[in-house]
Write a protein that binds this ligand. Structure first.
Ligand SMILES: Nc1ncnc2c1ncn2[C@@H]1O[C@H](COP(=O)(O)OP(=O)(O)OP(=O)(O)O)[C@@H](O)[C@H]1O
Ligand code: SF4
Ligand SMILES: [Mg+2]
Length: 357
């Protein structure tokens, strides 16, 4: 085991027993119709925020979702939980199609509300300022466990608050009286009090100080193991994702570039985008940091309103060849398990490759 930049223990991410797939996402697309100019009356264009994403999450597994700002992470997370309409594709939660051919059956939402919860990026903004902490944490229980009596509800709320490191004396206080880290603990208590089976955490620590980040990530990891939860952990910080995830999904401009176990993605990244992202993470050892080669990620991510032809990453890819402009790389299975990479050059001997364009 080795120490992570977050102060956690990297090897610990493997401890939970992983079961069968519980969430299955296939070819999911989320498009928005937005004004092309700066005014509401400008002609509309299609913004492809999520463009054909497929992956699974297994019982007791944490899947990390990484990518630069604007690549579609939150949109994907919100589409899965039903907060954003889906354009095409399917989502299956256990034995229920929650999205089928882009449509969401009404009954599916009820199932999702019971089994799936979300932890948001901005802890204070996600808590209602007019409600006490007891009311905030009790609210989801009314939907998820409507049969519980008052005493049992109260006991569950107190136990959950204690589990996230807050005492019963906090019950009658309001969110603005707490620090950012404490607010995120309340957000986690709220998400977990009804015993969901999947929790989607959308950048749960990026608004917090680094020292608090480690506490919250460790808390989530402990709760995940204890409750055999499945987690989708969204972040743009690769060090944070490495600490908590068993598998990692790398996203760029709405598409999956690489998917694999933590060891595969961090130990032998195959996609040029993954390599560039990892290269931008500083190493704790100054000697290694000085000598290693950086695959620098230059330029800006193109607008999802105007995707490049062929490979979405080609305008920034140091390994691009002429063919990259002509074909959209399919997500191809690589090696063992369900590792997948979407790059036409991976696994192909291109010593005779046409020149870069
Ligand atoms: N409701 C919406 N209407 C129109 N466009 C949207 C909407 N929500 C998101 N987008 C656009 O979809 C794209 C993906 O946004 P999203 O918030 O999913 O990215 P992200 O990866 O979560 O970024 P960040 O790391 O900054 O949170 C962006 O171009 C964004 O402007
Ligand atoms: S398909 Fe081409 S442009 Fe895309 S990542 Fe692979 S080499 Fe780079
Ligand atoms: Mg986001």
């Amino acid at each position: 085991m080795t120490s992570s930049p977050l102060g956690g223990v990297e090897g610990g991410a493997q401890a939970a027993p992983i079961g069968e797939p519980v969430l299955t996402v296939r070819d999911l697309k989320v498009h928005f119709r937005v004004p092309r100019g700066g005014y509401p009356w400008s002609p509309k264009a299609t913004l492809r925020a999520v463009e054909g994403v497929s992956f699974d999450i297994r019982r007791g597994e944490t899947v990390g979702l990484v990518g630069e700002s604007g690549c579609g992470k939150s949109t994907l997370a919100r589409a899965i939980i039903g907060l954003t309409p889906v354009t095409e594709g399917s989502v299956r939660w256990r034995d229920t199609e929650t999205v089928s051919d882009g449509r969401r059956p009404a009954a599916a939402m009820e199932r999702l509300r019971k089994d799936v919860q979300m932890v948001f990026q901005d802890p204070l903004a996600s808590l209602d300022p007019r409600m006490t902490i007891e009311q905030i944490v009790t609210e989801p229980l009314k939907v998820q466990r409507p049969g519980l009596g008052r005493d049992e509800t109260h006991a569950r709320v107190v136990t959950m608050l204690e589990r996230v490191g807050l005492g019963a004396h906090h019950l009658s206080r309001y969110a603005h009286e707490f620090s950012g880290g404490q607010c995120q603990r309340i957000g986690i208590a709220r998400a977990l009090v009804g015993e969901p089976q999947l929790v989607i955490c959308d950048e749960p620590v990026s608004a917090l100080d680094v020292s608090i980040q480690a506490q919250i990530v460790n808390l989530l990891r402990d709760l995940q193991r204890e409750l055999s939860l499945s987690l989708l952990f969204v972040a743009h910080d690769l060090a944070v994702v490495k600490t908590i995830s068993q598998r990692v999904l790398v996203m760029y401009l709405g598409r999956v570039m690489e998917l694999g176990t933590r060891q595969e993605v961090y130990g032998s990244p195959q996609h040029p985008y993954t390599r560039a992202l990892l290269s931008s993470v500083p190493r704790p050892d100054p000697a290694t940091e000085r000598t290693r080669k950086h695959a620098v990620l230059t330029g800006e991510m193109p607008s999802p309103l105007n995707l490049p032809s062929g490979c979405a990453f080609r305008t920034r890819c140091p390994e691009a060849i002429a063919a990259c402009a002509e074909q959209v790389p399919q997500s191809v299975s690589r090696g063992t398990g369900d590792r997948r990479v979407a790059c036409i050059r991976v696994g192909v001997d291109l010593r005779e490759a046409p020149p870069v364009v």
